[in-house]
Ligand binder design. Structure first.
Ligand code: BES
Ligand code: MN
Ligand code: ZN
Length: 498
């Protein structure tokens, strides 16, 4: 989809706009939005609404052709719900409906003239982003590995968003929205790829390509270098696999020379079989999504590269497979992490924390302003929060944690929400081992919290947050596929830091 921003005023009127279709809002109380009124020179729209052909309930639609005095071929009335102070949910379902109709029209271009400034507790940037992200999602296809491709998107290919004033700020908002949508596109594509294609090496090559496209510094460390760094925790996970591990570092130097960077770390398990603690068969294919954290770091880098964000950001992708074999790590094995802590691996399926442990230690060398790691870490996070919110953990020293607030706000702003969960001494107690400094699983209960508490042991030298995206990175069932989350949250968090 080709997006643009357009302002309409007394000179450039909506009625004179040449377009295949203009979508305007109507309400349940039979009231017309400002844009609908502006197009209703002959009272046809009011009459259509009055007739009951459209209820105005959020997401209902009515297509009118040849409205008197309107240059556009069609006017699409879209229900926006009860309230003229539009709710977020009504706006979203109106956008979805408009896009659905646009896809069926014999028109090439359209204008969305919705009350973008009247969404409750939201700003214009939110509305523009919701439209762009929804449109990109609607046309997203995962058919790269099908011999017969899915039908290409039809209907409207050029979409203008009507705004009160086309200020440079609003244009910047559109550019940011497109960058987020494109970043999500990369994250979805990587996630959906089969695990025999999307290997650690594939992720490394993707990073290199991003580096070439956007000028990031890229470094890929292989097994020998990881051994030299004494990453015994990370390397323990990769032992059973034939795929070589890749530790990928991306640097975007958009800020001042000496400004401390934000470091994003992604769990990049390109397939999690569980290892010797083998997972059950049904649904195991979905463990190709266990690189969702890594995918979201790469997607966020695409977004910040596209925006040329004025901030220093380091990305770390710790990529390997978790497989059983005669050489694989066994329950009971004790390994030494890069920071010297010894870990008793009681369950080889708790591997995400093992790769992250060494990545978190590695991050120290950047003297980071903040470190955020992103991981499909625990099934228990889905039990706790479902598929709505990512789990957010920060150090337990204070309920009023500034980094947690920043991430919560960014998620809310971006419509990609997180919710806080606790860590603390009690959870660390659960990780005690009789034979090593700590065990890689806790005693029963609070598995998301003990996983986060485990990570906290490797983050003592900087400000840190952990996002558990087990419930938000992909969807199961008939609409199985990666969501592109939490690219909107991460990108908005970084944008807010500029
Ligand atoms: N990648 C999984 C977590 C996961 C499972 C995410 C299902 C989404 C859906 C992770 O490596 C894992 O296996 N975690 C274990 C931890 C347990 C052994 C303490 C889990 O959640 O069962
Ligand atoms: Mn696992
Ligand atoms: Zn895993």
């Amino acid at each position: 989809m080709d997006f643009s921003i357009k302002a309409f005023d007394t000179k450039n009127t909506l009625t004179a706009a040449k377009s295949g279709c203009i979508a305007v809002a109507v309400f349940e109380n039979k009231k017309l939005s400002e844009a609908a009124k502006a197009l209703d020179l002959n009272g046809e729209i009011a009459a259509a609404v009055k007739s009951g052909d459209i209820s105005g309930k959020a997401g209902t639609t009515l297509l009118l052709r040849g409205v008197a005095g309107v240059s556009a071929a069609r006017v699409l009335l879209v229900g926006m719900g009860a309230d003229e102070a539009v709710s977020e949910k009504s706006f979203a379902s109106a956008v979805t409906s408009a896009l659905k109709t646009f896809a069926t029209l014999g028109a090439q271009d359209a204008i969305i003239a919705f009350p973008v400034e009247n969404v409750k507790e939201r700003d214009l940037a939110w509305s523009v982003r919701s439209i762009v992200v929804a449109a990109a999602d609607a046309e997203f296809r995962t058919d790269g590995q099908k011999s017969k491709k899915d039908p290409a998107p039809t209907g409207v290919r050029k979409l203008a968003i009507a705004v009160p004033q086309a200020t440079p700020q609003v244009k910047a908002v559109l550019a940011q929205a497109q960058a987020i949508a494109n970043g999500m596109g990369l994250t979805k594509e990587l996630g959906n790829l089969s695990p025999n294609v999307c290997t650690p090496t594939y992720l490394a090559n993707t990073a290199k390509k991003l580096g070439a496209d956007y000028g990031f510094d890229i470094e890929v460390l292989d097994r020998k270098q990881l051994e030299a760094l004494k990453m015994g925790s990370f390397l323990s996970v990769t032992r059973g696999s034939e795929e070589p591990p890749k530790f990928i570092v991306l640097k975007h130097n958009g800020g001042k020379k000496n400004e401390a960077p934000v470091v994003l770390i992604g769990k990049g398990i390109t397939f999690d079989s569980g290892g010797i603690s083998l997972k059950p068969g049904p649904g195991m294919d979905e463990m190709k999504y266990d690189m969702g954290g890594a995918g979201s770091v790469l997607g966020t880098f695409r977004a910040i590269g596209e925006m040329n964000l004025k901030l220093n950001v380091v990305g770390i992708v710790a990529a390997c497979e978790n497989m059983p074999s005669g050489r694989a790590t066994k329950p009971g094995d004790i390994v030494t992490a890069m920071n010297g802590l010894t870990i008793e691996i009681l369950n080889t399926d708790a591997e995400g924390r093992l790769v992250l442990a060494d990545a978190l230690t590695y991050a120290e060398r950047f003297k980071p302003a903040a470190v955020v790691n992103v991981a499909t870490l625990t099934g228990a996070c889905i039990v706790a929060l479902g598929h709505h919110n990512s789990g957010l953990f920060t150090r337990h020293d204070d309920i009023h944690n500034a980094l947690a607030d920043e991430l919560m706000d960014a998620g809310k702003q971006a419509g990609d929400t997180a919710w806080r969960l606790p860590i603390g001494e009690q959870y660390n107690e659960q990780l005690k081992s009789n034979f090593a400094d700590l065990a890689n699983i806790g005693t029963p209960g609070g598995a998301s919290c003990t996983a986060a508490a485990f990570l906290e042991n490797f983050t003592r030298n900087y400000t840190w947050a952990h996002l558990d995206i087990a419930g938000t990175a992909w969807k199961s069932g008939a609409s199985k596929g990666a969501t592109g989350r939490p690219v909107p949250l991460l990108t908005t968090f970084l944008l807010n830091r500029v």
